[in-house]
Ligand binder design. Structure first.
Ligand SMILES: *Cc1c(COP(=O)(O)O)cnc(C)c1O
Length: 391
């Protein structure tokens, strides 16, 4: 049958079927699977025939999730992991070895930054950061031992956009494995494989779950690379639990409608506060004022659910503002049905120096708002009253 639309594939692709004629997939809470004979066991271990052996390798629920996400992300193969960081780590650790070098965009998720600067150097794997504003000079950062290019777009929390078409060609020209952390956009808004990404990695904890319930990660890409990562994962054990895989597979069915609303709400809130006298600026990829608005429109279906508001009055003002919020939650997550606010300079990015924060656009008064699925007028009202009371 011909390829269907995103919404349909995300709902209708379902590989796990028991013999009970259930309509919705059951949860396979089993650590291992039985063999009909000694010969069948031998063949499965030898990978001569397919089949489930042990849930550290694969489980019907994780297979179900992977098939859905591969179909909508446009990738050949994949694996699911216990968290987004397990996915980032396994993608790098499985494909690199001592002496290799990683080129990465500077604006990265905090723990990915720790992997590059504190974990991999212990094993002789080094890295260099490239600034997005200086992308024309990235070829000077490629070393003879550079094996991988790792990027995040839109970036967290600066909302900088990297040109995926350009970066896909750049990676190919320099023979680098291109890994894209696609967590902020989700496969619904952007499919990096289409632009040449070899690996697309996700924290499924964010928009894919979408309700702040479970941790999960995904690694998707070319079969040859995924086979190598699968070997690494089988024997190091970052496997997702059947329950979390089941939750995430159900969540995939509603991703499109949820993202439509997240994006609509974010655009409403960003447009409402743009130009507000209490704010230095409002940043959102689908506002015309975003420096890379045209690029965002080229590679993203909509602008995503995250906006940043930079308050006048620095850290003190930002903290007073947060303490006045009545509905919006202050918590270290994003991509939830509930709107969430974070102050990166004093929390997620507090370990960076002031200069490092400046370089990735994290000003003292910057607030990250993950726009939830509440009515946009209620989100606006809460932000407005907290702005008024924190003057
Ligand atoms: C949250 C996040 C991660 C890490 O995912 P976990 O599921 O928390 O391990 C990686 N990258 C980005 C962009 C994230 O937002």
């Amino acid at each position: 049958m011909s390829k269907k639309h995103f919404e349909t594939e995300a709902i209708r692709i379902a590989s796990s079927k028991s013999n009970q004629r259930e309509h919705s997939a059951p949860i396979y809470l089993t650590s291992s699977f039985t063999f009909d004979s000694a010969e069948e066991a031998r063949q499965m271990f030898a990978e001569e025939i397919p089949g489930n052996i042990y849930s550290r390798y694969a489980n019907p629920n994780s297979t179900d999730l992977i098939e859905k996400v591969c179909a909508v992300e446009g990738t050949e193969a994949g694996l699911a992991t216990a968290s987004g960081m397990a996915a980032m780590f396994a993608s790098m650790a499985a494909l690199l070895q001592q002496g290799d070098h990683i080129l990465a965009s500077r604006s990265l998720f905090g723990s990915t930054h720790q992997l590059l600067t504190r974990v991999f150097p212990k094993w002789g794997i080094s890295s260099t950061y490239g600034d997005i504003s200086d992308i024309e000079n990235w070829d000077k950062l490629v070393q003879p031992n550079t094996k991988m290019l790792f990027i995040e777009t839109p970036s967290n929390p600066g909302l900088e956009i990297i040109d995926l078409e350009w970066v896909g060609k750049f990676a190919k020209a320099h023979n680098l494995i291109l890994v894209v952390d696609n967590c902020f956009a989700t496969p619904y808004l952007q499919q990096p494989a289409q632009w040449g990404a070899d690996i697309v990695a996700h924290s499924a904890t964010k928009y894919i779950d979408g309700q702040g319930r479970v941790l999960g990660g995904l690694i998707l890409g070319k079969k040859e690379l995924i086979d190598e990562i699968n070997f690494f994962a089988r024997h190091t054990g970052p496997s997702i639990s059947p329950f979390n895989a089941w939750i995430l597979s159900r969540s995939m069915e509603t991703l499109a409608v949820r993202m439509d609303r997240h994006c609509k709400n974010a655009l409403e809130v960003a447009s409402y506060f743009e130009g507000n006298a209490e704010l230095e600026f409002v940043k959102y990829p689908f506002l015309k004022s975003h420096p890379q608005h045209e690029l965002a429109k080229k590679q993203m279906k909509q602008g995503g659910g995250i906006i940043t508001l930079t308050l006048k009055g620095g850290i003190e003002r930002a903290q007073r503002f947060i303490d006045q919020l009545q509905m919006i939650t202050v918590t270290a997550n994003l991509g939830d049905s509930r709107s969430i606010i974070t102050h990166p300079a004093s929390t997620t990015h507090s370990k960076l120096t002031e200069e490092e924060r400046q370089r990735v656009g994290i000003l003292p008064g910057l607030i990250r708002l993950s726009t939830g699925l509440e009515h946009h007028e209620d989100i606006i009202a809460d932000v407005q009253q907290a702005l008024d009371k924190s003057k």
